[in-house]
Design a protein around this ligand. Structure first.
Ligand code: ATP
Length: 322
């Protein structure tokens, strides 16, 4: 037997353009992305709605057929080896896809049988997973009469029934309240600690920051940057970003700031001024003072410490909207 490849997921110039339909033009949803996710890693695709994350995960899980480039999962080709890949991966979709005609436990057992487990093994494995995920009390319940967080945990259990090599999660905590989200983070961290390779998509920056070993920031179907959160911050946006909105055109004095040590960039858009600074002490006060000396008031001011948010702002020039 050959050693399994170290890469759990590898894509080269992967593309998907949805064809035009009636008056709707073709949509270039994914425009050539390269990913390399080693086994054991917790990898995140982070981007705003419509960035192409679901389409990417769809291609990796063989549900969406690429229109260009290539993708390998568990060293298998997503187009040629789709059936084998399905056996090797677990997928948790965005919406509740549990079967409402079955109980929580039956949903899991059914999946186990589908993947070839005997009835007793399927029951035992379902019981173990439900216990591990704190769902034993819900085992006989209807999967649509439990909370959103519980349903998501059941879906993760179901995806783990056959011991997948890679677990794919599409926006696992979208729509969940903060407490439930944090609980689910604990569950996912536990899975990774046990050796599970995980690839998730998220539009929550703090989720990517809290969970992922490495993150690819995606926007308009392209990867803008990837690396550990620390690498992203130091390569793309180590700066604090101060945004001030004046009630008239920005005061003249602002232009001089761009030449100062510790300030890497100043953007001026009519009354809005954005300053990217490694040394930001006192800067906000200075921007207010410059305004008042010129007879211009401040209507809004924000200061963002270096974070994935400032990385996105630096890369795209746009604020990140969840
Ligand atoms: N089946 C489809 N047919 C046509 N266009 C599609 C289809 N699915 C997605 N799109 C379009 O492709 C683009 C990327 O969508 P995608 O769902 O991959 O993004 P996303 O980052 O996952 O966003 P979200 O979190 O909102 O799902 C969007 O413009 C979307 O409208």
């Amino acid at each position: 037997m050959t050693e399994p490849s170290e890469a759990a997921v590898r894509t080269i110039d992967l593309k998907k353009t949805y064809p035009a339909s009636g008056p709707r033009p073709a949509v270039p949803a994914v425009q050539g992305i390269d990913l390399d996710v080693p086994r054991g890693e917790f990898f995140g695709l982070l981007g705003p709605n419509g960035a192409g994350k679901s389409t990417t995960i769809g291609m990796l899980t063989t549900l969406v057929v690429p229109t260009g480039g290539s993708a390998r999962v568990c060293d298998l080709d997503v187009v040629r080896d789709a059936v084998e890949i399905k056996r090797r991966i677990g997928v948790v979709s965005q919406n509740n896809s549990l079967d409402s005609d079955l109980t929580v436990a039956e949903n899991l057992e059914f999946r186990g049988r589908y993947f070839g487990l005997g009835a007793r093994d399927a029951r035992r494995r379902a019981g173990e997973l439900l216990e591990l995920f704190g769902l034993t009390e819900q085992r006989g319940g209807n999967p649509f009469e439990i909370s959103g967080g519980q349903a998501k945990r059941v879906m993760i259990c179901r995806a783990l029934m056959h011991g997948p090599e890679v677990l794919f999660l599409d926006e696992p905590t979208a729509g969940l309240d903060p407490q439930t989200r944090t609980n689910l983070w604990g569950v996912l961290r536990g899975l990774q600690a046990a050796g599970q390779t995980i690839l998730l998509t998220t539009h929550y920056m703090e989720e990517a920051e809290a969970l992922c070993d490495r993150v690819a920031v995606v926007d308009h179907g392209q990867i803008l940057a990837s690396g550990t959160v620390d690498e992203l911050k130091s390569n793309a946006g180590a700066d604090t970003v101060i945004t001030v909105t004046y009630d008239a055109a920005a005061p003249e004095g602002i232009h001089g700031l761009a030449d100062r040590d510790g300030i890497s960039k100043v953007e001026i858009n009519d009354g809005q001024v954005r300053v990217f600074a490694a040394e930001s002490d006192g800067l906000l006060g200075e921007l207010v003072t410059l305004g008042s000396r010129a007879g211009v008031g401040v209507t809004d001011a924000t200061q963002l410490r270096p974070s994935l948010e400032t990385v996105f702002l630096t890369l795209t020039g746009r604020e990140y909207r969840e």
